[in-house]
Design a binder for this molecule. Structure first.
Ligand code: DAH
Length: 315
């Protein structure tokens, strides 16, 4: 215990002394009272002195190497709960992991090369504008999609192919777009990317994986359909739609666009050092916010980043 703490305790214990006064004979009360008053003044002075001194002397050093009980309960002030998006993201990752996918986290600051060049966007191509990317003064890019990780993952896992295996990775991450914000558009949201490469990956395999995923996530059989899309990094490129789940009021009449996907463009494989004549791949990427909004029938994406406690507490 520091001297300061000791003094404060002493001061507190003087309370008991004061209580004693009443029990003393009349004649002794005055001098006893004066005695404790003097003691009290002295302690208060010492405390003031210590407190005004350089604080360094009074602060107990923290021993960060001291043993720590990992099972101890969190302090009241740091107790809390996970954000609903993080809880759902864990569910998403859990489903893909059980299917056999590795998980690699995306990053929140990236560059022109990974955002565009490595994804086969031709230089100066208008498709680059379609992503409403933010840029830092230094020219870095807060990623507008998790596809920025494709090149890294393909390179990192290329050994799997050399050893006769496959690449199967999902990449969850936070993404940013310079959007006009409204009920269905946020400047900050979450995506999960998927990349699969093998000697004989097919379009049908991709549809199977995605249908399985959505059925596992919504806990029911679902119909899927596709419509043509355009992404420079896939050929062919498609958009995947699911029939609005029955449990969420769907009557077999509503189709919802859930993600973009396709067969990985040969140029993307080549740039990562994978021979497109030998290997095929498929990839997909979709918003987590949208997935969760449908599950809980939420109609405003802005709630997620709004710090509205009454909204968050509903989960
Ligand atoms: N990155 C795209 C987007 O945010 C979605 C996407 C489309 C991801 C096709 C993919 C893909 O991996 O193959 O709009």
């Amino acid at each position: 215990m520091s001297t300061l703490e000791q003094l404060k305790l002493e001061l507190k214990s003087l309370g008991k002394e004061y209580a004693k006064i009443k029990t003393l004979p009349e004649s002794e009360r005055k001098s006893f009272g004066q005695e404790i008053n003097a003691k009290k003044q002295k302690i208060i002075e010492q405390i003031k002195n210590l407190e005004s001194k350089n604080t360094e002397a009074n602060i107990e050093p923290i021993d960060i190497t001291a043993p720590f009980d990992v099972n101890s309960k969190p302090t009241e002030s740091i107790k809390g709960s996970k954000h609903p998006l993080m809880v759902e993201l864990d569910r998403v990752i859990d489903i893909y992991s059980r299917m056999g996918f590795d998980v690699v986290e995306s990053r929140q600051l990236d560059d022109e090369f990974h955002m565009f060049d490595a994804l086969n966007f031709p230089k100066g191509h208008p498709a680059r504008d379609g992503y409403d990317t933010f840029r830092t003064e230094e020219g870095f890019i807060p990623p507008a999609h998790t596809s920025t990780m494709q090149h890294r993952v393909l390179k990192q896992y290329k050994n799997n192919l050399d050893e006769g295996g496959q690449i199967a990775v999902v990449i969850p991450g936070r993404v940013f777009r310079n959007e006009d914000v409204d009920a269905t558009h946020e400047h900050t949201f979450y995506q999960c990317e998927g990349v699969f490469v093998s000697k004989d990956a097919t379009f049908a395999q991709m549809l199977g994986v995605l249908k399985n995923f959505f059925e596992a996530y919504y806990g029911q059989d679902l119909k899927i359909k596709t419509q043509p899309g355009y992404f420079p990094f896939t050929e062919p490129s498609i958009e995947l739609l699911i029939e609005k789940p029955k449990s969420l009021g769907g009557k077999g009449d509503g189709w919802l666009e859930m993600l973009g996907c396709g067969m990985i463009h040969p140029n993307v494989l080549k740039m990562a050092g994978i021979n497109p004549d030998e290997y095929k791949g498929f990839a997909w990427g979709g918003g987590i916010d949208r997935l969760v909004m449908l599950k809980y029938q939420l109609n405003d994406i802005r709630y997620f980043e709004s710090a509205k406690l009454d909204f968050l507490e509903e989960f």
